[in-house]
Design a protein around this ligand. Structure first.
Ligand code: ADP
Ligand code: MG
Length: 214
């Protein structure tokens, strides 16, 4: 499947072209249409298979094509287990938001807390974050997630392994809009912890597993 077949905004297609990509990977070919159709996803595929664009493209499509549920609140939150991964995701996101009006920010541990609270006051529409620091700002009411439309958990299994269940739960509770869509990516889908978590956070998810033989 070609990226041009997804019906993405021309600005997104142009960025993909600039990156030199034309053919979607299998996880992208399956996850992008399902996510664009508004479904919750529980998806997995091996490292290096292009999961980042599999969620960033539908996320950006939504930012560009639909109106916000709330002007004040973040529209899309992407959580990753580590600072390094958050930075990598943010770098890809920056390419996609170039030439658009979308505001995004990166919120991870190891950076100045007050500087981050100022960034959050500028009402970013997309936030890429690690769960610990994000939960700290949430408890200080530096951001509101009532209007959150899209919650994305990248490497959800690793976030659970690192002990972030409590922080993920507080995000889930704060982001309780009935129209919220949730995309969960994990290296393993048969893990009990992942499944009980998925049951709580996801609503009738479509399960996508690429390259596994069950
Ligand atoms: P994963 O999260 O599954 O480990 P990434 O999203 O980090 O994978 O992507 C791995 C690499 O593949 C990145 O350098 C990315 O830019 C590149 N990539 C993603 N999608 C495609 C594609 N459709 N064609 C070629 N390269 C791609
Ligand atoms: Mg990844």
């Amino acid at each position: 499947m070609q990226f041009s077949e997804f019906g993405l905004d021309p600005r997104l297609n142009k960025t993909i072209q600039h990156l030199g990509f034309s053919e979607a990977t299998e996880i992208q070919a399956r996850a992008i249409p399902a996510a664009m159709a508004g479904k919750d996803l529980l998806a997995s595929s091996k490292t290096g298979s292009g999961k980042t664009l599999a969620y960033l493209l539908p996320a950006m499509q939504r930012m560009l094509k639909t109106r916000a549920l709330s002007k004040r609140d973040a529209r899309c939150l992407i959580l990753t287990p580590t600072r390094e991964l958050a930075k990598q995701v943010f770098a890809q996101l920056r390419l996609l938001i170039a030439n658009t009006q979308t505001r995004a920010c990166l919120i991870t541990g190891g950076e100045n807390f007050n500087d981050q609270s100022k960034l959050l006051r500028k009402e970013p529409q997309i936030i890429v974050a690690t769960p610990g620091r994000l939960a700290d700002h949430l408890s200080k009411r530096h951001l509101f997630l009532d209007g959150l439309e899209l919650l994305i958990l990248d490497e959800a299994d690793r976030m659970l392994d690192l002990g972030f269940a409590e922080q993920l739960n507080s995000v889930d509770q704060a982001a309780s809009h009935r129209k919220r869509q949730t995309l969960m990516f994990s290296a393993t889908l048969d893990d009990a912890a992942i499944n009980s978590f998925a049951l709580k956070l996801l609503n009738e998810p479509e399960r996508i597993a690429v390259g596994f033989s069950f």
